[in-house]
Design a protein around this ligand. Structure first.
Ligand SMILES: O=C(O)C(=O)C[C@H](O)C(=O)CO
Ligand SMILES: [Zn+2]
Length: 274
């Protein structure tokens, strides 16, 4: 079963008016991982699709997704899959990849229906594409690593870049995940924005009672959303996207938009945050 929800894009002036429930309705994406289901959110932010597939032993096939207007999801799109569960298999275009926890798979435009099987919990990201680059399974050891932050500012972390120009080619998807070093809990601080690309975060590896306070909004109008394990949030291009956990966690970041230049961001000075 494939469940699809539409998320319209919002401008920054309207977003300033929202209360907590309104903010969650517009930007928070919970309940993506249900046993035996594929659950997708089709966003109008660069038409990025964000979702989860949990086969729980029974294979699940992702094929037609009505809002794309094509017979099969990958007819005019590319896809990134991150396994945040136990080992499973993803198959498409006559090939199969065994995915361990933390592995990332890139599937190109034209790969056909995608089958998810085994014990994986598959986080799905898909954006429109214009050409087919080779499919590739990327393991953590093959990801490009960027170390940022320090223990003194509780933001010491490694950014693992998987679907990224320095590792492999894609059309517009850029995907990776960030891991923290002991005791650090702040992600993406100092904060930044990038009007050319939207971004989505999936928080995972959180303990049951732990939460991440995710900050969003224009730098001068910040708001927060309280995030549980395996919940995602969409960041409009005009918004900061950073967070602080009450415990340790990992998060998948993914972008789509006008370029694939990870470093093309505008840093926000601390004195400009409100
Ligand atoms: O911890 C970080 O900093 C990040 O992971 C930042 C994201 O990757 C990002 O926002 C990329 O634009
Ligand atoms: Zn960013």
């Amino acid at each position: 079963m494939t469940h699809v929800e539409i998320r319209h894009a919002m401008d920054p002036v309207s977003a300033r008016q929202l209360d907590t429930a309104g903010l969650r309705e517009a930007f928070h994406m919970g309940d993506l991982f249900r046993s035996g289901e594929i659950r997708l959110v089709y966003t109008h932010y660069d038409r990025m699709i964000v979702g989860g597939a949990v086969p729980a032993g029974e294979p699940l096939v992702l094929d037609e997704v009505k809002p794309t207007g094509t017979a099969s999801i990958l007819d005019r799109r590319e896809m990134g899959v991150v396994n945040v569960g136990a080992t499973g298999t993803v198959s498409a275009g006559g090939e199969s990849w065994e995915m361990g926890r933390g592995d990332v798979l890139y599937l190109p435009m034209g790969a056909g229906p995608v089958t998810f099987a085994g014990e994986g919990r598959f986080y799905i990201l898909s954006a429109p594409a214009h050409t087919a680059h080779p499919a590739r399974l990327v393991k953590l050891e093959d990801a490009k690593k960027v170390k940022l932050g320090s223990p003194e500012t509780a933001n010491e972390r490694t950014i693992n870049q998987f679907i990224h120009p320095e590792v492999m080619q894609s059309c517009q998807l850029v995907v990776g995940y960030t891991q923290f070093h002991g005791g650090s809990v702040w992600n993406t601080m100092p904060a930044h924005v990038h009007d050319r690309r939207m971004e989505a975060y999936l928080y995972f590896d959180l303990a049951e009672e732990a939460r991440v306070f995710h900050f969003m909004g224009e730098p001068s109008e910040t708001r927060h959303l309280v995030m549980k394990n395996e919940e995602a949030v969409v960041s409009p291009p005009w918004s900061i996207h950073c967070g602080c956990g009450t415990g340790s966690y990992t998060f998948v970041w993914a972008m789509a938009g006008d370029n694939v230049d990870y470093r093309d961001v505008e840093m926000v000075a601390m004195e400009d945050l409100r």
